[in-house]
Design a protein. Structure first.
Lengths: 499, 155
């Protein structure tokens, strides 16, 4: 089988070393409140320039996998999720810690995250290659509808309201049009600034919005350090066979849910965790114990969360649609290495695609190492004062920007976008739509204009094919889906008022 | 739900609207320089769309339609100070290079953020550039900015 051949090829010292580095960095950043896998990927994007594409992607993949897990440790031990993905961990994880079962809770979340991550990564291996072959049948109009889907899905990502999400996306779309027009090849909207005649580069935008804005936000928040009560660290993270078997069904079910939800762009870990948690609670003999330190409650959300990682990369690698904000950064990683998602990735550079899958599967084993042996150490990591962390991260961001084009201009760009990102966080304008629109906007425009050119303006000739109608239907479903929640809330309010 | 503040605090949505208008108008006013009509289509459409959305936000904020957010910009002075330090850091790197600029940046930023353990600050200020040298320069072979001063001194 192709995968095994390329997996063996990917087993080089460099790849394994960088996978280790990525896994450690991802887990540390995931554990630190205020930091996340997004920050780690943004910082490492430029640093992977000098690496082979497969090595760079393996590194980013390892950060993604362990970054999603890293937040579980602080969520369970100190009720402070390192990332919003780990929010559900606090429901049952922290109560377990309070009653002195902190290490046992770490053990549960570790094994469950491992199972979820493995199922998600293996699903990616089996689903992505055939899906990528289907994508080759897409013409410009179908590609336009597909990239449009990615933009519409932004509405599902928005937390601050659809209006601000659309505003954010519009501004990101405008920025992506700076530089060379993909159809005419002429420079536009460059405002007379030479370094952006070709384009507004992706790296400074991403680094600024995800990493520098975090530096500024942490400085503004003045959080110092967080400490862990030693009495919560009793017991062992190693569970008995009976414990493992009792959670197996929930773990597998949640992993499948997480994978499927991850494939649906915009759905994310919160949706996956929510669905899994509710199913587990309804099926449990003692549902009233959920939220008070129930093993199954903790296991189910841990498995679902990490399964989303593999699932979210399916639409990204096959159709170029990021499944969530983090995978949008991953798309940046592909683009920076000169790779394009879709059939090209699997047909022309299969060693890169399969090498990445191998890396993701292997990175899940780091979850076991970190959780089972490293939890007490990670608990100490949270003690690093923020006033030391901020300047170090700031310096790495600046260094990262220099590795791209060695231009001071790029550093000023990251600072500008860092300020913009900081303002957006404070003004409750979501950042993810901006970045998604920035990443997808150019191609959306190119595909649309190419469709017009190829059909001489007569889109009816391509708009009514079965594939085009199917894609348009999906687009409309995604466009209308944010309103269903509002309608349900509206009727719920009416009921409450009546009571 | 309305904002519950005892004093009339500035609603930063108004500032957001102003900034969006400036951003979108800057793009819209630049579009006449684009000769090709196909190339002009999306910039014009998206700029106008952004202006319309900003206007809706303005009306929503003024007439208090729907849920009103509570926006907290406290701590922004420190955030802007950090941004200023980063700008100064970049300028210093351009002058003296990464290895000379970084210890100063790290020490000053730690001090501004309230760190007072001098031995720790000095250790980190020296250790971090050293780690960058070993890991990124020697092992990875990355080009670390040298600045203008070092090449001049070395000839």
């Amino acid at each position: 089988m192709e995968f095994f051949q390329y997996a063996l090829e990917a087993c080089t010292f460099d790849n394994l070393l960088w996978m280790t580095i990525g896994a450690l960095v991802g887990s540390i950043l995931g554990a630190l409140p205020g930091m996340s896998a997004d920050t780690g990927i943004a910082i490492f994007l430029p640093l992977t320039f000098n690496l082979e594409p497969v090595t760079g992607l393996i590194t980013l993949g390892a950060i993604y996998v362990t970054g999603s897990f890293g937040g579980n440790i602080t969520a369970v031990l100190i009720n402070t999720p390192g990332t919003s993905d780990s929010l559900f961990m606090t429901l049952d994880g922290y109560p377990m810690t309070v009653r002195g079962e902190g290490l046992r809770a770490i053990g549960i979340t570790t094994f469950s995250a491992f199972i979820g991550g493995m199922i998600g990564s293996i699903a990616l291996l089996f689903i992505a290659p055939p899906l990528a072959q289907i994508a080759i049948k897409f013409g410009p109009w179908e590609l336009f509808l597909t990239t449009l889907m990615g933009l519409i899905i932004i509405l599902g990502l928005v937390k601050g309201g659809m209006l601000k999400g659309l505003i954010s996306a519009s501004l990101g779309f405008l920025c992506t049009m700076i530089g060379m027009d993909g159809i005419t090849g002429l420079s536009r909207l460059n405002f007379g600034i030479k370094p952006i005649y070709d384009e507004l580069p992706l790296l400074p935008v991403v680094l600024g919005m995800f990493a520098v804005s975090q530096v500024l936000a942490l400085a503004a928040d003045k959080t110092e350090t967080i400490s862990i009560d030693k009495s919560s660290m009793k017991g062992s993270p190693f569970l008995s066979l009976k414990d493992h078997l009792s959670m197996l069904f929930n773990n597998i079910r949640s992993s499948i849910i997480g994978t499927v939800v991850g494939i649906i762009p915009g759905a994310g870990t919160t949706v996956a965790a929510g669905i899994s948690y509710n199913l587990a609670r309804k099926g449990d003999k003692h549902p009233e114990t959920f939220g008070k330190g129930n093993d199954q409650g903790l296991a189910t959300v841990s498995a679902a969360n990490n399964a989303v990682v593999g699932g979210s990369l399916v639409p990204l690698l096959t159709l170029g649609i990021p499944g969530n904000g983090t995978s949008a950064l991953f798309l940046g990683g592909l683009l920076i290495h000169g790779l394009a998602p879709g059939t090209q990735l699997f047909n022309r550079t299969p060693e890169t695609a399969y090498g990445l899958f191998f890396g993701l599967i292997m990175a899940n084993f780091f979850i076991l190492l970190i959780g089972l042996f490293g939890a007490p150490i990670y608990a100490k990591v949270t003690k690093v004062p923020i006033n030391i962390l901020i300047p170090i991260v700031g310096s790495l961001c600046i260094l990262g920007a220099y590795t791209y084009r060695n231009l001071a201009f790029d550093n000023f760009l990251i600072i500008i976008f860092g300020i913009i990102g900081y303002y957006m966080v404070k003004a409750d304008i979501p950042m993810a739509p901006f970045v998604l629109a920035f990443v997808l906007g150019k191609n959306t425009e190119i595909h649309f204009r190419r469709s017009l050119l190829l059909t001489d303006g007569n889109l009816a000739s391509v708009a009514f094919t079965p594939l085009a109608i199917a894609l348009l239907t999906v687009d409309l479903i995604f466009l209308l889906s944010p309103f269903w929640g509002d309608i349900k809330k509206f009727f719920k309010k009416d009921k409450e008022l009546a009571l | 739900m309305e904002n519950k503040t005892s004093k009339k605090s500035f609603n930063f949505n108004y500032l957001s609207v102003a900034l969006i208008y400036i951003w979108a108008l800057a793009f819209l006013l630049w579009t006449p320089k684009i000769k090709d009509p196909g190339s002009r289509m999306f910039p014009v459409a998206i700029s106008i769309f952004a202006i319309v959305l900003a206007t809706i936000l303005l009306l929503k904020t003024y007439f208090k339609w729907g849920k009103q957010e509570e926006l907290d910009f406290s701590g922004s002075k420190m955030a802007m100070l950090m941004a200023a330090l980063l700008i100064a850091y970049v300028a210093l790197i351009e002058a003296v290079g990464f290895y000379l600029a970084t210890p100063f940046y790290l020490y000053i930023t730690m001090w501004v953020l309230g760190q007072r353990k001098k031995k720790l600050m000095i250790s980190i200020s020296i250790l971090m550039p050293l780690i960058v040298f070993v890991f990124f320069d020697l092992i990875l072979g990355m080009q670390i900015p040298e600045g203008m001063l070092l090449p001049m001194l070395l000839g």
